[in-house]
Design a protein around this ligand. Structure first.
Ligand code: FE2
Ligand code: FE2
Length: 429
């Protein structure tokens, strides 16, 4: 009996190892850079960061940088910028993640860069630094891309096709389905990078982690940030202590982005309190005309069984007090958009409150069965959003996976920062 149990155990372990091997077989690192992704770590007017992966034989983190120009001899004029690397081991493979932060850049300039060196250098990619003044710009917003790529990749590609000059891509968490501890679900990260492909190397991303970036598939009661997060992105560390690269802020051409780690808040009262205090400091001393908050768990849910009380009680008073414009979230795997007034105030569009959005870009979809707080809601619909800011006007548009406009509104700021919301009708051609 014991021998039989031992044989079964060996078979089980072998099957698990085979499964783990299958998960990484399509995405093994090599000497050639892959998973190249831009992000912003410091001042967006003078810096840009890039992260990429190789195998562990590549011992230097080297990038070339030059103002973009038509000549084919970019390399001759480029400067070499070096960075650091860290190794991540999981699913039986070690990936070396390199990180370079380009600093001392000129505002509003397009640069060309490549990562790696010699025969293993990447193609030349480009990015543009932010202007010092609030020039008009657009950014893309994606809800949970979580799940396999078969349906998500068309969404990010459609978004890029529509707005190739977007300056930022913000992700509200659950980029992948799981991975923590020793099981990193490398295949999911491989597919996620494959979906974004060169788009990731041209438009910087600002993500916040969701609960699925913390799950250990082997033990869902454990919570630990997926090791690919800090190694695979190069993000600001200007948030509350202990929340580096998961809770941070940047000001970009007149928009203050406040990015918070709601999953950590849901599990820890002290983290909830510290993030709330930190956010209040940013809101109370805000030089930007527009304010966008991004985190994973919705302030108002679309599901009757999900109520993120900690998030609502922490943030709703701040959102109201300081007149936050947009609150962008994910987690509920539906689409919902609604404007909410400060508590106790009657709804009015002439002096509008904050607009709350729940969105999902991936294939996993849930139903909406909460008391409707939203004005537009959709289920079984992957969406992506373009938000454009031009001076006193912010235009929000949500599109479905086929590129059709499915929701829109305009916020207009007048004197004393009074805010008016307009909801143009969507006309189908
Ligand atoms: Fe989630
Ligand atoms: Fe999710």
């Amino acid at each position: 009996m014991r021998i039989l149990a031992l044989i079964l155990l060996i078979q089980f372990i072998s099957a698990a190892q085979l499964k783990a091997q299958e998960r990484i077989s399509g995405f093994l690192p090599s000497t050639d850079p892959d998973r190249i992704i831009l992000s912003i770590k410091g001042d967006p007017t003078t810096s840009m960061a890039v992260t990429w992966r190789t195998d562990t034989t590549v011992n230097e983190s080297v990038a070339h940088l030059v103002p973009n120009m038509p000549t084919i001899f970019l390399a001759d004029s480029s400067v070499i910028v070096t960075g650091t690397f860290s190794d991540v081991e999981g699913d039986g493979v070690v990936g070396r993640f390199h990180s370079v932060n380009f600093t001392g850049l000129e505002p509003g300039i397009t640069y060309a860069y490549r990562v790696g060196s010699g025969s293993a250098a990447s193609e030349w990619c480009t990015f543009t630094t932010a202007s010092t003044d609030p020039q008009p710009f657009s950014f893309l917003y994606f809800g949970d891309s979580q799940g396999r790529n078969s349906l998500y990749s068309r969404v990010i590609r459609q978004a890029y096709r529509s707005t190739p000059d977007a300056r930022l891509m913000i992700f509200s968490g659950d980029l992948v389905d799981g991975g923590s501890g020793s099981v990193l679900q490398d295949d999911e990260w491989g597919e996620w990078h494959e979906a974004g492909a060169f788009i990731h190397s041209e438009i910087p991303i600002l993500p916040t982690p969701g609960n699925h970036e913390y799950y250990d598939p082997a033990d869902r009661s454990k919570r630990d940030l997926n090791k690919y997060w800090r190694a695979g992105f190069t993000l600001p560390e200007n948030g509350p202590e202990g929340l580096g690269e998961t809770s941070y802020t940047i000001d970009y051409q007149g928009v203050r982005f406040i990015i918070l780690n709601s999953d950590a808040m849901m599990r820890d009262e002290d983290i909830a309190r510290r993030q709330t205090q930190w956010a209040e400091g940013l809101l109370g001393n805000n030089p930007c005309k527009w304010t966008v908050m991004l985190f994973h768990h919705p302030v108002f849910s679309t599901s009757a069984r999900r109520d993120n009380k900690v998030i609502r009680e922490s943030f709703k008073p701040l959102i109201d007090k300081y007149g936050v414009d947009l609150v962008l979230t994910g987690h509920d795997h539906t689409y919902a958009r609604g404007m909410m007034m400060p508590d106790g105030e009657e709804k009015k569009y002439r002096n509008a409150g904050a607009v709350y959005v729940v969105s999902v870009s991936g294939a996993k979809q849930y139903k909406q069965d909460a008391e409707p707080w939203w004005e537009v809601g959709m289920t079984n619909t992957q969406t992506w959003q373009v938000i454009s800011v031009i001076g006193n006007e912010l235009t929000y548009k949500a599109f479905d996976a086929s590129g059709d406009l499915v929701d829109q509104f305009i916020l207009n700021k007048g004197k004393n920062n009074s805010k008016r919301m307009l909801i143009p009708a969507i006309t189908k051609e």
